[in-house]
Design a protein around this ligand. Structure first.
Ligand SMILES: Nc1ncnc2c1ncn2[C@@H]1O[C@H](COP(=O)(O)OP(=O)(O)OP(=O)(O)O)[C@@H](O)[C@H]1O
Ligand SMILES: [Mg+2]
Length: 242
């Protein structure tokens, strides 16, 4: 009999405060293995706070985060990565003065014996155009290429869940489609679960995700697959948060 904490990711009654001000209020979400979930919300809705708390970078005031029945709440960020959760932060956080290849190798720090050859093989299957740019500094890549590299770097830890904070920021629709295709392939071929937190619904829609609307630190609506363009939902994330 599965329990409520059996899923790939289970977030229960999660609350986060900054200097006493609530940023997340009793958030509940669940992701099953290989599932694709979108969380859409406006500026300040709490998307990054939620992503960073799941990733072990923010300590919650209350509630719990677990994965496959193991409690992640309070676990150090590197331990969370070892549990199979990989996080691509807002703004990508690449080492812009290091090469594409070195950024990739750093993403594999939790895996023993990550070689240059395996890193490049991995990159070639995901985003081949980055292989020929392997010796460029990450800061010399276009915005779309940087997002691809950030995703490829996170995938070096062989996660079961990839958490993407604001991945479509500044990207052209064609690049968003590329990302959707790559993520869908990983999901179908390797059972990768994906959690996308974004201001726009575009990527969640392209991934055929189900999901949630976050507003003022609360989940205010659930979204079923194919329902992202429901006009009733847009009011929640187009409007300013309370
Ligand atoms: N380090 C911090 N210290 C104090 N307040 C913070 C901090 N980080 C976020 N906040 C506040 O918490 C709330 C949620 O912020 P958060 O960054 O999680 O929102 P977001 O949905 O990611 O927004 P955006 O779309 O602009 O990235 C906001 O009111 C913000 O001002
Ligand atoms: Mg954010």
């Amino acid at each position: 009999m599965p329990t409520s904490t059996d899923g790939l990711l289970t977030v229960t009654d999660l609350s986060v405060h900054y200097s006493g001000q609530p940023a997340l209020r009793s958030v509940n979400i669940a992701i099953a293995a290989g599932e694709c979930v979108g969380i859409v919300g406006a500026n300040g809705a709490g998307k990054s706070t939620l992503a960073r708390t799941i990733a072990g970078l923010v300590r919650p005031a209350g509630g719990q985060v677990s994965s496959d029945g193991v409690t992640l709440t309070g676990m150090r960020a590197d331990k969370v990565v070892r549990r199979g959760l990989a996080f691509v932060p807002e703004g990508r956080a690449l080492f812009t003065r290091l090469t594409v290849l070195d950024n990739l190798l750093l993403g594999g720090y939790t895996m023993p014996e990550t070689s240059e050859a395996t890193a490049l093989d991995h990159l070639g299957r995901l985003f081949p155009e980055l292989v020929e740019r392997k010796l460029l500094r990450a800061g010399q890549l276009s915005g779309g290429q940087q997002q691809m590299l950030a995703i490829a770097r996170a995938l070096m830890s062989r996660p079961r869940l990839l958490i993407l904070d604001e991945p479509t920021m500044g990207l052209a629709p064609t690049i968003i489609s590329r990302l959707a295709i790559a993520l869908t392939e990983l999901r179908e071929q390797e059972g990768l679960g994906v959690l996308v937190l974004d201001q726009r619904r575009t990527l969640a829609e392209r991934l055929n995700a189900r999901g949630y609307i976050l507003r003022g630190g609360r989940i205010v609506a659930s979204v079923t697959q194919g329902q992202w363009d429901d006009p009733g939902l847009a009011q929640h994330y187009m409007a300013d948060t309370d």
